[in-house]
Ligand binder design. Sequence first.
Ligand SMILES: NC(=O)c1ccc[n+]([C@@H]2O[C@H](COP(=O)([O-])OP(=O)(O)OC[C@H]3O[C@@H](n4cnc5c(N)ncnc54)[C@H](OP(=O)(O)O)[C@@H]3O)[C@@H](O)[C@H]2O)c1
Length: 129
Amino acid sequence: MFPLPSSSEHRRWTVASVQNRYNLLEREGEDVLQYCSAHGIPFIPWFPLQRGRLGSDPSLSKIAIRRGVTPHQVALAWLLQKSPVVLPIPGTLSEQHLKENLAATDLRLDPDEIRSLDAMVNHGVNAPP
Ligand SMILES: NC(=O)c1ccc[n+]([C@@H]2O[C@H](COP(=O)([O-])OP(=O)(O)OC[C@H]3O[C@@H](n4cnc5c(N)ncnc54)[C@H](OP(=O)(O)O)[C@@H]3O)[C@@H](O)[C@H]2O)c1
């Protein structure tokens, strides 16, 4: 995990990009993501789909059903709308999933949907082991 640098460290380093664990259910890297956004540093979320185990949170399912997409597509759209520096590379062995993941780039979540997804971790939804 890339730690948040101190201001003196920031002056000494040039960071090309960061890859930290970050997805809808695992937000420990939020401060580093904010730092990357503020400094224009590409941020590659490691396990962008939580290894495919997003679970069945009601907020996530509701949005997916209403939009006619999968929960994984909602999770990718949420990541992409977090910041322009976020560059998810979801892993898949499935051509169908690859197509769905590419289509997620066209899904625009509205502010209410973003708020309810942001709140998922605050409501005690945790990543499965
Ligand atoms: N820095 C590190 O140490 C580190 C470690 C691990 C991973 N990573 C990075 O994380 C990224 C991907 O990691 P990852 O592949 O392990 O995890 P991931 O992208 O979070 O999840 C991949 C899993 O999600 C499933 N999946 C993908 N698209 C799906 C869809 N549309 N619907 C349902 N399931 C879907 C895949 O199954 P199917 O094959 O069935 O689609 C696979 O099991 C890469 O950028 C990688 O470099 C970094």
